[in-house]
Design a protein around this ligand. Structure first.
Ligand code: SAM
Length: 258
């Protein structure tokens, strides 16, 4: 196929943007518009929407990563890192040898993160970049983490291939993402809360209910725990495991570049 034909086929191919179907080449700019709008209120909204639960889930990710407490160099890449929640927690819990790079496609989210970063000095940096084409050399990180970012990607398999590429052999992959609720009553309560309350809260606090509707809808489009496990294995990772959080509202997947 010629390059032009390939481009036009790619633009006709559809993917999901929440419950809507959009062209493959349109999704990223729609996602970027969402995060440009929500960036100034992102951290506050996270606390309000989850009742603080996201803090426990992120703490669980760090506990599972268990970064070394020593002065041995250990580099984390926090992809779709937004305002840097994972990277900050990592630097708090790891030893003196730890360093973190937050990589995010949104200039607005990075700006909000940088404003929080006073005092971290040279151990923390922010880089603008796409998870599907990371601006880092092969085999450059000891750990790759992505929290609530994977479902925003247009091509999850490309994101996973990039994770594999930038990890050193023996490196650790961790993904925290909303998942499929596996408790019968909780799933109905959760649906009612997320479709009913979250867009209203988004409208009141961030002045933008449509963006929060997208965030809720995109959760339902993300592969369930076992399907995502399969995608991670397909990308070449080994020892893939997951842990459900709060009945499967979220899950952490862990894997290794062996
Ligand atoms: N990781 C942070 C957290 O847990 O609070 C932020 C998560 S926020 C829900 C999703 C982030 O993914 C946004 O900051 C957005 O800009 C970023 N994002 C979306 N598509 C991306 C892509 N293709 N590459 C890198 N970042 C992306």
């Amino acid at each position: 196929m010629s390059e032009d034909l390939e481009k036009s086929a790619a633009s006709r191919a559809k993917t999901s943007f929440g419950f809507a179907k959009v062209g493959m080449d349109a999704k990223q700019s729609l996602v970027n518009q969402v995060f440009a709008k929500v960036a100034p209120r992102y951290d506050l909204m996270n606390d309000l929407m989850s009742g603080g639960l996201h803090r426990l889930w992120k703490a669980e990710l760090l506990a599972w990563l268990a970064p070394p407490k020593s002065a041995v160099p250990y580099a984390l890449l926090d992809v779709a890192g937004g305002t840097g929640d994972i990277a900050f927690r990592f630097l708090d819990s790891a030893g003196k040898g730890a360093s973190a790079v937050v990589c995010d496609i949104s200039a607005e989210m990075i700006e909000a993160g940088r404003a929080r970063a006073n005092g971290e000095g040279g151990r923390l940096s922010f880089v603008r970049g796409n998870a599907e084409a990371l601006p880092f050399a092969d085999k450059s990180f000891d750990a790759y983490a992505i929290a609530f970012g994977m479902r925003n990607l247009t091509l999850i398999d490309l994101g996973l291939a990039e994770a594999f590429r930038v990890l050193k052999p023996g490196g650790r992959f961790l993904c925290l993402e909303f998942s499929s609720v596996e408790m019968p009553l909780l799933d109905r309560l959760y649906d009612a809360y997320s479709f009913g309350a979250i867009p209203i809260l988004g409208g009141l606090v961030a002045g933008d209910s449509a963006s929060y509707r997208y965030l809720v809808e995109s959760i339902r489009r993300f592969p369930d725990q076992n399907s995502f496990t399969q995608l991670i294995e397909d990308a070449g990772f080994g020892r893939v495991r997951y842990r459900n959080l709060t009945g499967g509202i979220a899950a952490i997947h862990s894997a290794w570049r062996l």
